[in-house]
Design a protein around this ligand. Structure first.
Ligand code: PHE
Length: 447
């Protein structure tokens, strides 16, 4: 074991790196289309309710376990005295590898779209032609894999430089940049003629659109977006010094993650309405609908490039947290950071190849529920591994290490109403709610 566990240089560095992990494709690619598919404002209200109760509590739990243990996810559970629980860490690290493998493929598409937008590849095309171009690109055997490799290499370059020198420094530059770009895009979008219909969809709730399925969608999205349940937060928590106020930090991180999701919705949905496109276009909203919107928008050439750069940056600050989760473990069993990074980076790159091919020449090979490799990997992490990981983290903190966890969060302070609420959520509310998402995701129960 390495005796010197690394630490963040400052509290701000910790907040920005962790917000960087949370803010990603989940906020900018998924959140707007899931909101679009689930009726807009009413979905957002439910999402906010879940994020600031269950989401925030589970995030505080995961980060707290990390800070108590001051080691990687797999050693953490053993070190805080419960060896039988190390499988939660093992599952977390495996989940991180799986997510990263397909996340890097989609992030590779984002880099490709920076290049394509800058080269004017979509100029003059209508929606159908853009959809065709997207299909041709993602299904080609080589080029998406090359972009996936470029993205994986970028992720490795940051992680190899270490916690303070790589991850923290990069997050401190990229996160403010991301905010500036996103605000510029949101302002552009809401000031387009015809944007008001989109704003209304986004801000005026229609509660008749809410069903149990909407609540489940909001819970699943909250988990993915907050990076909960894959041990990435635990790993980042292990680099926090003992002076940092965890409760306050977690509120700030959750707030930033939510702000970015809302801004992304504001940047995307009003523009989609202004040009008469379908807000419920699903995953294609980013790669097909938006380039069409940019084509029709004054200044669209520049805004397209800004948007895809933004998406790549958001994905990078998330992927480094996933890779770090794996590297931290290998580092602790004796590999140098360099070897651990190169080894796990290569593994993730290789695992991503079938994901990439599954949208093209391997599209006939099916795994879970008739889905290809990429969709199966995403299904398995979204519907099973992340919620199960999150559930176990809540149960572990709420039932097994409660006194130690309370002391870690409170210091010498007395437990107040917030601490009590935290434990009620960890012990009862979150396990029941998460169990429901898992059972409904697996279609064992139907709403
Ligand atoms: N939170 C990231 C996003 O919104 C994805 C992620 C999930 C990152 C789990 C780390 C761990 O894109």
């Amino acid at each position: 074991m390495n005796t010197a566990h690394e630490h963040w240089g400052s509290r701000l560095g910790f907040i920005l790196a962790t917000a960087g992990s949370a803010v990603g494709l989940g906020n900018i690619w998924k959140f707007p289309y899931i909101t679009g598919e689930n009726g807009g404002a009413a979905f957002i209200i439910i999402y906010l309710g879940i994020v600031f109760t269950i989401g925030l509590s589970a995030m505080l739990a995961e980060i707290t376990i990390g800070r108590i243990a001051q080691t990687d996810a797999i050693h953490a559970f053993r070190k805080i005295g419960k060896p039988g629980w190390s499988f939660v860490g093992v599952m977390g690290v495996i989940t991180a590898v799986i997510i990263l493998s397909f996340y890097s493929v989609v992030a590779g598409w984002c880099i490709a779209y920076v290049v394509k937008s800058a080269g004017g590849a979509f100029s003059g095309m209508d929606a159908e032609a853009i959809a065709g171009a997207f299909g041709t690109f993602v299904s080609s055997p080589l080029s998406p894999i090359v972009y996936h490799g470029i993205f994986a290499a970028l992720t490795m370059a940051v992680v190899v430089a270490g916690v303070g020198g790589g991850i923290e420094k990069t997050s401190k530059v990229l996160m403010p940049l991301l905010f500036v770009m996103l605000i510029a895009l949101a302002v552009r979008s809401v000031t387009l003629p015809g944007a008001s219909k989109g704003l209304e969809f986004f801000l005026a709730p229609d509660f008749s659109a809410i069903s149990a399925g909407t609540v489940m969608a909001a819970l699943g999205q909250a988990f993915f977006s907050l990076s909960l349940g894959s041990a990435a937060l635990l790993t980042y928590g292990s680099y926090v010094d003992k002076k940092t106020n965890l409760g306050k930090s977690v509120v700030q991180i959750t707030f930033l993650d939510t702000l970015v999701a809302i801004l992304a919705g504001l940047a995307i949905l009003p523009a989609v309405f202004a040009f008469g496109m379908d807000p419920a276009a699903g995953p294609g909203l980013t790669f097909v609908t938006l380039p069409t919107v940019f084509n029709a928008m004054p200044g669209g050439y520049l805004f397209a490039i800004v948007f895809f750069v933004l998406l790549t940056i958001a994905a990078l600050t998330s992927s480094i947290s996933l890779l770090e989760t794996v590297v931290s473990f290998f580092n602790n069993i004796g590999l140098s950071r360099r070897n651990a990074t190169v080894g796990s980076g290569l593994l993730v790159f290789l695992l991503g190849i079938p994901s990439s091919l599954s949208v093209g020449i391997w599209s006939d090979i099916h795994f879970i529920k008739g889905q290809g490799f990429l969709d199966s990997a995403s299904w398995m992490t979204d519907k099973l591994l992340l919620p199960v990981g999150g559930l176990l983290i809540c149960v572990f903190t709420g039932w097994i290490i409660a006194p130690v966890a309370a002391k870690e969060v409170l210091g010498d302070g007395e437990p107040g109403i917030l601490t009590r609420a935290w434990f009620i959520i960890l012990r009862f509310v979150a396990p029941v709610a998460i169990l429901l998402i898992i059972l409904s995701g697996l279609e064992i129960i139907k709403f």
